[in-house]
Design a protein around this ligand. Structure first.
Ligand code: BEZ
Length: 387
């Protein structure tokens, strides 16, 4: 082969490798394991959007490493979760798994992540166990535990003077743990939960349960629903004539990312969450502006949690200067970080769950308007975590 031709080929192959992506040492492969179908589809998309937004703001790199993505639709199906995460780890060779929304899926993921030592960042699922008995040095959460917003609402409801409550939710970990968190604070505050109503996830045939609520006539109803199910529940609650007779409160997922579809039925609802509209801080305003420009829609709590999942990864990788083998350095840096989130600055507890303010919000038009801080710097108890 003539020298100049060989040189041309070599240049061409280098260019091709750039076009295909950076080399493994110069890049970090993120595996999104999120719901891209079913009742939580919008939540999965918002998380991915938020994550990409933060990475794009850093010029497409974290800790000097080019970020590459692969994605798998977990369908919010716990039975498929172990296979799905194993595909990301063994077939796609991801460096970090970012997922997911559904608590049952997240628990299966956490088991595999713990067993294999794969870095996992949970950008939503609140399963208490992920930062409880299943906690591990390589597992972090950028969102909340199911206990957190629920416990805050228990305090609020008791302070409002409600004495008799009924709860209604899906019969899976997130619903059950949310109800337990509410109950813990509500009973401490002098209230009593008279009945827990459930239906299987992701069913939305609420009619019989709403009839039961009407016959019990409690002072207040506490609920956990999210995504498409939350839209239907809020509309059905109003259509059953309950909105004006029995106050409905909930963890803020009930009305986050759902208000366009819920319309009039949601007006005035009070919820608690680690995010709200109207925070009006420079950080949140900038986040919202960029998100709206990029994705042509308003961000919600899920987008914010995705954004912070990328921030958490970025903090760890910056400390290692992009050396993926320095896991201890990465973990220590995240553990001591103050994360400058659109929700407000937060830190991680010793079990790697956000220690954060929980806001009280009220639906006004198309927004969950902040009313104040329901509980300041609320830390999940991390029950059962040994690290
Ligand atoms: C969960 O399954 O943990 C969950 C799903 C949607 C919103 C919040 C929590």
């Amino acid at each position: 082969m003539k020298g100049s031709h060989a040189t041309q080929l070599a240049v061409a192959s280098v260019l091709a490798s750039f076009a295909l992506g950076a080399s493994a040492a110069d890049s970090i492969k993120v595996g999104f394991m999120l719901p891209y179908s079913g009742t939580y589809t919008a939540l999965g998309n918002a998380i991915e959007n938020g994550f990409r937004q933060y990475v794009d703001e850093q010029g497409g790199k974290l800790g000097g490493l080019v970020v590459e993505y692969v994605r798998v639709d977990d369908e919010s199906a716990p039975a498929k979760a172990t296979d799905n995460i194993n595909k990301l780890i063994n077939r796609d060779k991801v460096d970090v798994v970012v997922g997911t929304v559904h608590s049952g899926v997240a628990m299966a993921m956490a088991k595999v992540a713990k067993d294999t030592g794969t870095l996992m960042i949970d950008p939503n699922a609140g399963a208490d166990a992920v930062t409880g008995p299943m906690c591990a040095p390589n597992i972090f959460r950028s969102s909340f535990s199911n206990w957190q917003p629920a416990y805050a609402m228990g305090i609020v409801a008791a302070k409002q003077g409600y004495k008799r409550a009924v709860t209604i939710t899906w019969d899976y970990a997130a619903g059950k743990e949310s109800v337990n968190g509410f109950k813990e604070a509500f009973t401490k505050g002098g209230g009593k939960v008279e009945k827990d109503l459930t239906l299987p996830f992701p069913q939305v045939e609420f009619q019989a349960l709403l009839t039961e609520i009407a016959s019990i006539k409690p002072d207040v109803v506490y609920t956990f629903f999210a995504g498409g199910g939350a839209v239907k529940f809020v509309k059905d609650y109003a259509a059953a004539g309950l909105k004006n007779t029995v106050p409905l409160v909930g963890a803020g997922f009930l009305t986050d990312g759902t208000l366009d579809a819920q319309g009039e039925a949601a007006q005035g609802l009070l919820t608690t969450l680690h995010y709200a509209d109207g925070l009006n801080t420079p950080k949140d305003n900038q986040f919202r502006l960029t998100y709206a420009k990029t994705y042509k829609m308003q961000p919600d709590v899920y987008a914010m949690q995705g954004y912070d999942a990328a921030q958490i990864l970025g903090i760890g990788l910056a400390a290692t200067k992009g050396d993926k083998t320095k896991r201890d350095v990465l973990v220590k840096a995240i553990e001591k970080a103050k994360i400058d989130s659109p929700r407000g600055v937060f830190t991680l507890s010793s079990s790697h769950n956000p220690v954060q303010d929980i806001y009280l919000r009220k639906v006004e038009g198309k927004v969950n308007q902040v009313q104040g801080v329901a509980v300041k710097a609320l830390a999940d108890p991390g029950r059962g975590c040994r690290m």
